[in-house]
Write a protein that binds this ligand. Structure first.
Ligand SMILES: [Zn+2]
Length: 417
């Protein structure tokens, strides 16, 4: 089982009892929020849902709730007023051998193909978005928005020139690294610590090429030294597609206030995450770990190999373990503590939503995308204007994309003889 799979299990144990003071909304507040949200363009910047596309039994047009493997599908997107977002080509970091790099190259291309196949199979419900303006046009046509992103650039180590192919195929957001250092950058969470002190020479070349193509750079998962390199190097703003606040929970995946302010000053945006292990301390007891390992053994496959039917058994198994060995699970209260802090530090023009759905995100009282109006209800309760809420739900992120694409067009025009 990978580190990622273990982390997923932390977040997928969804039935931990909520604290007595847990935030609640009236039916009137939720109805008002839902109406507003349906009208606004709503995007989540980190959907790991493509990891489900190959699973036996997964059909994005069908509802897959009560399932530990799925938090996003078309029916629940409609119910929760989520228009779409950035659908990730995620690659687990390999051992960095030549063989692993070739495997990562192929895995990335395969995931890209699966996203394109999903789009081709459902032309009436989903559509590929390529420019910042595309999202509103696709929503107006009654469809869901699919921007393509890459989480971890390891598929590009074997052949960095593949970036131009990915761009042609629709890639619009790129992160350099994941849980461990790679050839491009230092990770925020590699137990070995810094290897490059930020971006490597290859990482700098990759970022420059992405900027030239108009691809937005995503700092999530990279070490703080990479952030500092991006601030120095980037001629356009960048984003963090799914990260939270170090001042609220001191985790290396979160950003400190000084860097939050630098990000906003540079015009960037932080999309606040709902990954439990970055919001609060969700460390598990040895007994809990043993029970989860036994459950996985009983299911007889690793996380990636599970069918959607096994996801039902996994959810039931985790709920049964919750009854015996309680686990502190992050709630909306924990999420709003990060969200409010970040809003206060950088202002609503530099904040967005990236909840890590189908990648370990979600909260005890926000288990899937069907309940997203709770976030809008909170923003309304706090007095944010419709314009500010529209920015948070996607406008701010698209502003950064527009700047990246405008810059690329300008550079391309200047290069013409
Ligand atoms: Zn992630």
């Amino acid at each position: 089982m990978t580190l990622r799979s273990l982390s997923l299990l932390v977040s997928l144990a969804l039935c931990t009892p909520l604290a007595a003071h847990a935030i609640e909304f009236t039916p009137q507040e939720l109805a008002r929020a839902s109406t507003l949200q349906h009208r606004l363009l709503t995007l989540d910047s980190h959907l790991d849902t493509p990891a489900n596309f190959h699973r036996d039994g997964f059909d994005i047009t069908q509802r897959h709730d009560h399932n530990a493997l799925s938090q996003v599908d078309y029916p629940r997107m409609v119910e929760g007023a989520l228009d779409g977002g950035f659908w990730a080509i995620y690659t687990d970091q390999g051992d960095r051998s030549a063989q692993a790099h070739q495997h990562d190259r192929d895995a990335g291309l395969l995931r890209l193909t699966e996203i394109r196949e999903m789009l081709a199979a459902h032309p009436d419900t989903f559509q590929l978005a390529l420019t910042a303006a595309d999202a509103a046009r696709i929503k107006a046509a009654g469809k869901r928005v699919v921007y393509i992103s890459m989480e971890n650039a390891s598929p590009l180590v074997d052949d960095p020139t593949l970036l131009s192919y990915y761009h042609l195929a629709g890639l619009r957001l790129l992160s350099t690294v994941h849980f461990a250092n790679n050839e491009f950058a230092d990770s925020a969470t590699d137990p070995k610590g810094a290897e490059w002190k930020g971006l490597s020479p290859a990482g700098k070349a990759l970022v420059d090429e992405a900027v030239r193509l108009g691809i937005v750079i995503d700092q999530s998962h990279a070490a703080d030294a990479v952030f500092d390199d991006l601030i120095e190097r980037m001629p356009v703003p960048f984003v963090l597609s799914h990260s939270s606040a170090k001042a609220i929970y001191n985790h290396p995946r979160n950003l400190d206030d000084a860097r939050l302010k630098q990000l906003a000053k540079a015009g960037g945006v932080i999309q606040v995450n709902a990954y439990g292990g970055y919001l609060i301390d969700t460390a598990k007891s040895e007994a809990r770990k043993a029970a989860e390992t036994a459950l996985m053994a009983q299911l007889g496959t690793d996380y990636d190999g599970m069918s959607i039917q096994q996801g039902v058994a996994l959810k039931k198994g985790l709920e049964e373990i919750d009854q015996r060995i309680a686990l502190r699970k992050a709630t909306l209260d924990d999420f709003f503590a990060h969200f409010e802090h970040i809003l206060n530090v950088v202002g609503p023009e530099h904040v967005g939503i990236g909840l890590d759905w189908d990648g370990g995100g979600g909260l005890a009282d926000l288990p899937d995308v069907s309940q997203l109006p709770k976030i809008t209800a909170w923003l309304l309760r706090k007095g944010y204007s419709e314009k500010q809420i529209a920015g948070i739900w996607g406008g701010n992120l698209l502003r950064v994309m527009q700047q990246a694409q405008d810059h690329a067009a300008k550079v391309a025009a200047a290069a013409k003889p």
